[in-house]
Write a protein that binds this ligand. Structure first.
Ligand code: NAP
Length: 531
């Protein structure tokens, strides 16, 4: 934590202890101007700390806030190392430590190491950071650290430019010569923070409160311990996640992690952002392909499954065809897939790809209509979700009616589902000949969407529907959309987007774990999040 006020820092440290932290880092960058009073304050903070601590005074040239010169910082380290209540660790930047023999000598006098003759107990974390990118001389920096015998822990942190940078951090941990911290900063680096115990990292950092992070991309302690179950992660833990862009607000990590805990599956599920890229569709495909293949090939990572969402569902089906992976009939029909399952059997890799959106939506309607054979299902919209629902319900014997703002897209979708089982209609035609079910597969009615207060289906169409016509909205933010509220006012049965979301997640979960998904738990978590 960044220390500005000692009482506040101690309060936060007590909170961290109560929440389950082992160690606390005090960033004293702003309390190090060489003033003796400030040094006394820092010594007092360490003395009263409820947890063993790391004291870090990060200079501005390494991304910190301390603009004092190196000798001022060294005076602080000496005072800390030789005090009656020393910190467990001080963190000193590799660049400062290696460029000044004087600084190195003084730091070494204040820390515990093989050649130390004084009775000092503080250990040295030698660190290197890059807040912009992966440093071009990363290998040289790691090598330089390994030659500094007085360091107890090596720390490498840089801004991850993509998920692939995490893999290099995991390899650094695999080759470590001393206890090591290897972290990716920013949203692409979360994986390295959460999976630290899988790769034997010395520690990971978490903030007590979201707004008090000391590095970009840091999770909170609660997220780390409760959502990702950090304490239960071991080298054997399997890795799963949701691949998409953006994925920061996905509910999938909440439900799958809780589900793994519920059924006793040794797995952790992460957000796995793969940018859509600025180089068009093909650029997005290439970065999806390179990242997913690199993660699958990384043996120690043990990526065992992934949910795939916008904008990569079509990319997954394309990659599966290119790689010759097993692909299910629904993914073939939709030319889009949302699930990867990776199995390794004595070194043999088997990757399979499936589409759980289509069977999930079809199951919602099949249940509501007590069977789909011969039923007429109207789908409003002609995008990816409309395609999956059309493929899913037509496979169970329903006739599909497409109603879409852009008629050409409706016709194209109808042709791909199969003109023999699919018609294109207008809203007026739908009102004249009401279907057995109406599905919203547009973002109309979605919070933050193009028309959050509107229903994509006019009241006149709902008025024309006989009792028992099922009204299904795929949107789940909010759960009660304008279309569902309008349907309920007319006494029509409704299906919400949470039902579909939970069913598609349950099919993924069952494919990965071989165990029944705790769907009640999934529903409860989603409702709590959306409330
Ligand atoms: P998409 O591929 O972008 O297609 C969106 C469709 O909605 C297009 O046909 C588009 O019409 C139509 N549309 C967009 N804005 C409209 C407007 N203002 N008025 C009328 N029509 C409009 O999107 P998608 O991937 O199919 O997703 C659609 C919705 O499904 C999402 O908003 C999401 O809420 C929901 N969804 C739910 C789940 C679940 O598990 N419950 C999963 C995924 C998605 P044009 O063809 O004329 O452009």
């Amino acid at each position: 934590m960044m220390v500005r006020d000692v009482d506040h820092a101690l309060l936060r440290a007590r909170e961290a202890k109560d929440a389950g932290a082992d160690l606390v880092e005090y960033r004293v960058d702003e309390l190090c101007s060489g003033d003796e009073g400030e040094t006394e304050i820092i010594l007092g903070l360490v003395q009263d700390s409820p947890l063993p601590c790391i004291v870090t005074c990060r200079p501005t040239w390494e991304g910190g806030a301390c603009d004092a010169d190196d000798m001022t910082r060294v005076a602080l380290f000496e005072a800390l190392g030789t005090s009656d209540h020393p910190p467990a660790y001080i963190d000193v930047e590799l660049a400062a430590y290696t460029r000044s023999a004087n600084l190195r000598q003084k730091v070494n006098l204040a820390i515990d190491h093989d050649k130390q003759s004084r009775d000092v107990r503080t250990s040295l974390i030698l660190s290197t950071h890059d807040f912009d990118s992966r440093p071009a001389d990363l290998t040289r920096r790691v090598l330089a650290m390994s030659t500094e015998g007085a360091a107890a822990v090596h720390k490498v942190a840089f801004r991850a430019r993509s998920l692939r940078d995490n893999l290099e951090l995991f390899d650094l941990l695999g080759d470590r010569t001393k206890p090591m911290i290897a972290l990716g900063m920013g949203e692409f680096g979360l994986m390295s923070r959460v999976l630290a115990p899988k790769f034997g990292a010395f520690l990971t950092f978490a903030s007590i409160h979201k707004e008090e992070t000391t590095a970009p991309g840091q999770p909170t302690l609660r997220e780390l311990l409760d959502q990702y179950r950090f304490r239960s992660i071991t080298p054997e833990t399997r890795v799963y996640g949701v691949i998409g862009w953006p994925v920061g607000h996905s509910m999938s990590p909440h439900i799958h992690n809780a589900g793994f805990e519920g059924v006793g599956h040794d797995g952790v599920y992460l957000p796995l952002p793969i940018a859509s890229g600025e180089t068009g569709q093909d650029g997005a495909y290439e970065s999806f392909k390179a990242t997913l293949l690199a993660m699958i090939d990384h043996r120690a990572l043990d990526l065992s499954g992934a949910s795939v969402t916008i904008p990569h569902k079509e990319h997954l089906a394309r990659l599966a065809r290119e790689q010759g992976w097993a692909i299910d009939a629904m993914s073939e029909r939709c030319a889009a897939a949302n699930t990867v399952t990776i199995e390794r059997d004595e070194g043999r890799l088997a990757v399979s790809v499936s589409n759980t959106d289509a069977p999930a939506a079809a199951a919602c309607l099949n249940e509501a209509l007590a069977g789909l054979t011969g039923k007429r299902v109207a789908i409003v919209g002609a995008g990816g979700v409309a395609r999956a629902i059309g493929a899913g319900v037509s496979a169970l014997g329903a006739r599909v009616l497409i109603v879409n703002r852009t008629p050409e897209r409706a016709t194209a979708l109808s042709e791909s589902i199969g003109p023999d089982v699919c018609d294109v209609l207008t809203m007026d035609e739908l009102a004249e000949s009401p279907p057995d079910a109406i599905v919203n597969a547009t973002p109309v009615g979605m919070a933050g969407g193009p028309a959050p207060d509107q229903s994509p289906v006019p009241g006149s169409v709902l008025d024309a529907c006989p009792p028992g016509t099922a009204v299904f909205d795929t949107i789940y933010t909010p759960i009660d959309t304008p279309m569902l509220l309008a349907a309920r006012e007319r006494g029509l049965p409704t299906i919400d987007g949470v039902d579909m979301f939970v069913r598609q997640a349950a099919l993924q979960f069952e494919g990965w774990t071989g165990k029944a998904a705790p769907t009640g738990l999934f529903e409860r978590i989603i409702s709590e999040h959306l409330a």
